[in-house]
Design a protein around this ligand. Structure first.
Ligand SMILES: Cc1ncc(COP(=O)(O)O)c(C=O)c1O
Length: 433
């Protein structure tokens, strides 16, 4: 029953809100899992990233919310993709790519793993190209989260984990990462394992805290999975965005001895080359596990963009120094942002990798993170994302500490960050009254 505004009438939405979680339709389960379900109208909201961007536009705010870089990827890579569209070597370049991805890209991913991580993968069976990392994450969760089971992750977490776990008919449980260092508490992770647990989702380097898991932390997570018969999906999309002052270099989970029996890893060309719109990603792992993931993946998008895949293969073979230069530029953005946040009285974390700093707002306000972000966008002219939106909200378990955190993106031009920090300095005190 739809009202004139297009929303379900009150009675229909109230009825849907009363339906137990397990019996709701899949669209509603996915939305609840990703905190995009509006319980009042029983409709789906855009993601927190899209809502933040829309609010930034409406209030002419500097957008430090959504995590996309505001400089393009390298020119030579753009040129490679443009040429590939008319280059018969690619394939045919404008028809379906093979379901597992172009062989040239699978080989380049395998070579890259051998060179950087000393991990040997068979490109024919142990590398699968996906439509962005998002599709790899979805396929792995749907393949390995058993219906009725529990899935563990560290909170805050990337929002698609909640949606996909719900689609799999499983329940996501969070183990909080704690300020100020946000190191994973592996003992707490093990304590959260029950006889219903089927899967662990980890993300290293981590969005939004920038934590890079140490080899020992990874080894212990793998050990837990092996002892309890669990699978692991390790989201490594920020693998190339680790800063020189990080406590640990990134290593793929597949480099941990014994990991390949239980774990798959996900990568993203979009994040690695600042080309998020290309949506090229990959999933790597043993023949046996990837075959199971394929069962789902080939009925999601089947395949995508051969010209982009071709270009990314060239980039992985020789990045022309882009990864190091990009990490250095991001680290400079991080420093600028942290300094500005500190001047405004917020307490930013160290952020060793990725696109984001998380800042504790407790010293300047009693507002919650979501309330603070509203004031920040409307009255200060800076948009950011409340970390609470990246936690498991429907179970009302959001940790108090996580409620006070706000995520700011630094994958922006210095002048953008400087302008945001100027507004913060000049307008925040008055806005908070
Ligand atoms: C942790 C994490 N995983 C996955 C993704 C999605 O990657 P892709 O754009 O390659 O689908 C993102 C994007 O923000 C992310 O932050």
């Amino acid at each position: 029953m739809l009202s004139r505004s297009g929303h379900q009438s009150e009675s229909a939405s109230a009825a849907l809100s009363r339906v137990p979680l397990d019996h709701r339709p899949l669209w509603a389960k996915a939305a609840i899992g990703a905190n995009t379900f509006d319980f009042e109208t029983a409709t789906v909201l855009p993601t927190i990233y899209e809502r933040t961007t829309a609010a930034a536009l409406a209030h002419d705010a500097v957008n430090l919310g959504q995590g996309f870089p505001d400089r393009e990827g390298p020119d030579w890579l753009l040129a490679a993709a443009a040429e590939a569209i008319t280059d018969p070597q690619v394939g045919p370049p404008n028809q379906y790519a093979p379901g597992l991805g172009l062989p040239v890209l699978r080989e380049a991913v395998a070579e890259d793993h051998r060179r950087r991580y000393d991990v040997t993968l068979d490109p024919a069976e142990q590398v699968m190209i996906t439509t962005g990392a998002t599709e790899g994450i979805t396929a792995a969760i749907l393949a390995f989260a058993e219906p009725g089971s529990e899935v563990l992750t560290f909170e805050p977490h990337y929002d698609s984990y909640g949606a996909c776990t719900a689609l799999a008919g499983a329940e996501l449980k969070g183990v909080p990462l704690r300020a100020p260092d946000f190191r994973p508490d592996v003992d707490a992770l093990e304590a959260a394992v029950t006889d219903r647990t089927s899967l662990i989702l980890i993300n290293t380097p981590h969005n939004p805290t920038g934590t890079v898991f140490s080899p020992e932390e990874l080894r212990r997570v793998v050990d837990i999975a092996r002892r309890h018969g669990l699978r692991i999906m390790c989201d490594e999309v920020y693998e190339h965005l680790v800063f020189d002052d990080a406590a640990h270099r990134h290593r793929t989970i597949l480099s941990v001895p014994g990991a390949q029996e239980v774990a798959v890893a996900v990568g993203s060309a979009g994040k690695s080359f600042s080309l998020t719109g290309w949506k090229v990603g990959w999933i790597t792992g043993s023949t046996e596990l990837l075959n199971k993931v394929r069962g789902v993946k080939q009925f999601l998008s089947f395949s995508s963009g051969p010209a982009y895949q071709w270009a990314i293969a060239q980039g992985l073979r020789d990045d022309h120094g882009f990864f190091a230069a990009n990490a250095a530029a991001l680290a400079a953005g991080r420093d600028l942002l942290r300094e500005g946040l500190r001047e405004a009285g917020l307490r930013p974390n160290r952020a060793e990798a990725g696109y984001f700093v998380v800042a504790d707002i407790a010293e300047v306000t009693e507002l919650s993170g979501p309330q603070f972000c509203e004031v920040l966008t409307r009255e200060v002219g800076v948009a950011a994302i409340p970390v609470a939106a990246l936690t498991i909200q429907h179970r009302a378990s959001t940790d108090d500490e996580l409620q006070r955190l706000v995520r700011f993106a630094f994958c922006k031009e210095p002048r953008t960050i400087e302008e945001a920090m100027r507004r913060l300095r000049e307008r925040l005190p008055a806005a908070l009254g």
